[in-house]
Design a binder for this molecule. Sequence first.
Ligand code: C2O
Length: 343
Amino acid sequence: NPIKAPELDKCGVATNLNTGDKLDMNCCPPISENIVDYQLPPVFQMKVRPSAHRVSPEYIFKYNMAIERMKRLPKDDPRNFMQQANIHCAYCNGAYDQPGQGTLDLQVHNSWLFFPFHRWYLYFYERIMGRLIGDPTFALPFWNWDNPKGMTIPPMFLDPKSALYDSKRNQNNLKAVLDLGMTGNKDPLQVVSNNLTIMHTEMVRGNANVYDFMGKPYREGDKVDPGPGSAERGSHTAVHVFVGDPREPSGEDLGNFYSAGRDPLFYCHHANVDRMWTLWKYFLPSNKVPERTITEPDFLNTSFLFYDENAQLVRVMVKDCVDNLRMGYDFERIDLPWLDYRP
Ligand code: C2O
């Protein structure tokens, strides 16, 4: 059977997975009795998520304003910036148990729930931002780390006066070339070339079937961590580690599940992870995996709870997020230099 959405009133203590210690913070969301089954609204105008290193000053202004307003919402508003960050902690650090399965933890990483969970997470985050600035077409930028032009932290996140800034980042990597292979190599040209090789392997050559890319099946009653897909294990994790701050006790912010959502860069990073799902599914002619979708009901009928842009608690289904166009957003088209890359 599919994993059921967590019961918010049973949300408990979370664990720092990097150390195994209990976290002395509460990352549980506000409770609401009233849960609505979410229906995707009709799409009147497609949102287009832009490549983060190509956006205009006007775009950055709006983005900054949206995050600033999110930070200023009352602390107990589920759309508040910290509440949104805590969604990640609750779903990823053992605060929730699987309903009806005793104390068995619920964990959305390292499984086939990785892509769908984060897609829904960003979907509502984006709608909340749009609501706060009165622009329903506002779309999150994606950190285009699969393209050499995007292989550093997008500059808009580095301005200390901006709401997009986070002081807890690796100071040596603020302008460094991202190292997707975690090689430690300091030659930027070699790192770029190695990154493209990694992307080619994750996206094109390295997957024998749909689970190799999406992650392994994770059903009701299953233990956590059945196994990550290629992109989750590789580029996705490398970016977290690259940005996380080694001066902090546990790699905060981006280098630890419980704190990752406190860095605005998290959502920009995950917008590109989300884009990889779309690219893999629709646009990779040389991909040797013929079946690009998981059709098992145990996958499609998995549900999650989120608060939407009206602070309404909603239950969403994986089957409603497998097509981003139906969800009302697309991605700016950018070259894929890794597509046919042979080192
Ligand atoms: Cu939920 Cu990038 O992790």
